[in-house]
Write a protein that binds this ligand. Structure first.
Ligand code: PLP
Length: 361
């Protein structure tokens, strides 16, 4: 069967050249006579994989030396608990901007450990915009300030970061990591589940400023303590070895084939513009998000007619454009066009949408 264009919000497409390389190395990684899946994580050869992955990530994201990179498990969702357990240990307060379900989950989890404060929310209009922030509502002595930088479900993103002064900014970048350059130094901590833009599922990347490590509450389980993972080079226990290997291949793809994050951004802007321009000109389809807050990665759209939406998703699937059904809270469709989605996939989707519109007008 021909490969489909997969518009899933995650897990999502991987670059074809990465899959080919992984297949090629499946039985014998670099003459070792074994698959990376079979290797001891303590072996010399595996060490070069995990260290290579970290140094590529540092290089590509321009991560300053005073930040640690941790390769963890448990998904981005585990970070919703791990962050308060490790950081909410000064005033016991933290600020949250509620821009969707992921931000809300982070807020709810943190509420179990301390005083979680909502500084703004866009719930009133189904999270279709990023709310304006008023600095006077920020908690001056908060232990951290949490935002979800790209809102996977609703298709919004923070184009401008909140200015939190000395309060460490925590960013959930699960669905936008590596999609464009990001100034790591503006954050105290960044985290991402890998399955959207980095690798298959199973790996969670945490980038944390060193001074925020070592402050965990006494009750913090060992496996949820950043210090433990930092002291042990992400090898306190068995890391997700194969996923880290795949992440390294994806990083090599970004560096060598794409040419870095500036180029990645230009490609992603081009893809997004193809779809948004069509949505803005179509009489049948429209985007659901305020223009200024539109995501480069996740693009929800609707026809306004549930039956027509369902018909579209069904016909698109048959034509090889899969996983376009929108999240149940928004309805309609959502095209997630992460790094590995080729420009041609978006062009063909738009051509298909035009055809559908002409036939069903
Ligand atoms: C997918 C996603 C999550 C949840 O990730 P898991 O790895 O499944 O826990 C959290 N935040 C954002 C922004 C996401 O897109």
């Amino acid at each position: 069967m021909a490969r489909v264009y997969n518009f899933s919000a995650g897990p999502s497409m991987l670059p074809e050249s990465v899959l080919i390389k992984a297949a090629d190395e499946m039985l014998d990684y670099e003459g070792s006579g074994q698959s990376v899946m079979e290797m001891s994580h303590r072996s010399k050869i595996y060490e070069s994989i995990i260290q290579g992955c970290e140094s590529l990530l540092r290089e590509i994201m321009n991560i300053p030396d005073n930040y640690k990179v941790l390769f963890l498990q448990g998904g981005a969702s585990s970070q919703f608990a791990m962050i308060p357990l490790n950081l909410m240990n000064g005033s016991g307060k933290a600020d949250f901007v509620i821009t969707g379900q992921w931000a809300n989950k982070a807020y709810q989890e943190a509420s179990r450990y301390g005083k979680a404060n909502i500084v703004a929310s866009s719930k009133d209009r189904t999270f279709s915009y990023i709310p304006e922030l008023d600095k006077s509502t920020f908690t001056p002595d908060a232990d951290y300030f949490h935002i979800c930088v790209n809102n996977t479900i609703y298709g919004t993103r923070f184009a401008k970061l909140p200015e939190t002064g000395d309060v460490p900014l925590v960013g959930d970048i699960s669905s936008c990591i590596l999609s464009e350059p990001i100034d790591v130094s503006k954050f105290g901590l960044l985290f991402a589940g890998a399955q959207k833009n980095m690798a298959p599922a199973g790996l969670t990347v945490v980038i944390v400023r060193e001074d925020l490590i070592g402050k965990a509450r006494d009750i913090t389980p060992t496996m949820l303590n950043y210090q433990i993972h930092s002291d042990n080079g992400s090898m306190y226990n068995t890391p997700p070895c194969y996923t880290i290997y795949m992440c390294k291949l994806v990083l090599e793809w970004i560096k060598n084939e794409v040419g870095g994050l500036e180029n990645m951004k230009a490609i992603n802007e081009k893809k997004a513009a193809i779809l948004y321009d069509f949505l803005d000109s179509s009489k049948m389809f429209r985007g659901t998000v305020e223009k200024k807050d539109r995501s480069l990665m996740n693009i929800p759209f609707v026809t306004g007619n549930d039956e027509l939406d369902a018909k579209f998703v069904k016909q698109a699937t048959a034509a090889g454009f899969v996983n376009l059904k929108g999240h149940r809270t928004v309805g309609g469709m959502r095209a997630s066009i992460y790094n590995a989605m080729p420009v041609e996939g978006v062009e063909k989707l738009v051509a298909f949408m035009k055809e559908f519109e002409a036939k069903n007008a």
